[in-house]
Design a protein around this ligand. Structure first.
Ligand code: HEC
Length: 131
């Protein structure tokens, strides 16, 4: 093998290694119907302030005993936007194994008037809170 070829191989390997591995979170089958929604974070901020703030606080950081901290949540980080919308449509009951607060996360934040588009807007805002 020619040294030049080895050098090239090495360069290619190094280039591949240093490329950042950004793998977007997979979208579950149930969340496919939300993929097309495009969230607007400004609208989402207003909706969040109306519905979510009482339990989660405007910065996603809560007072003890209320909702979970959304700013540092690994659960949120691990979900695609579509799956987060799906989560919000369902909430998390007290008997859900993931529920550690023994307090309910209400479906649609307890406001059944929030549309799927509203939830996508809220998700866009929640993304801006992430640390
Ligand atoms: C009545 C209080 C209440 C309201 C209103 C509320 N939540 Fe929650 N939320 C909770 C509680 C309590 C939990 C934690 C439940 C548990 O232990 O898993 C939670 C959990 C969550 C989680 C999961 C976090 C994690 O790390 O597991 C997300 C995301 C979330 N809420 C988003 C929202 C959004 C967005 C809204 C507004 C649409 C909202 N919540 C409105 C009480 C509330």
């Amino acid at each position: 093998m020619k040294p030049g070829f080895l050098m090239l191989l090495l360069l290619v390997l190094v280039a591949c290694e240093s490329a950042p591995a950004i793998t977007p979170a997979p979208v579950s089958a149930d969340a496919q119907k939300f993929v097309a929604l495009k969230g607007n974070r400004e609208i989402g901020k207003n909706k969040y302030a109306e519905t979510c703030v009482s339990c989660h606080g405007m910065s996603g950081r809560v007072s003890p005993g209320a909702g979970k901290d959304l700013a540092t949540s690994a659960f949120i980080k691990g979900l695609s936007d579509a799956d987060l919308v799906l989560f919000l449509t369902r909430g998390r009951g007290v008997n859900d194994p993931l529920n550690t607060f023994k307090s309910e996360m209400p479906a649609r934040g307890g406001d059944s008037a929030l549309t799927d588009q509203d939830l996508a807007d809220i998700v866009a805002y929640v993304r801006t809170l992430q640390k």
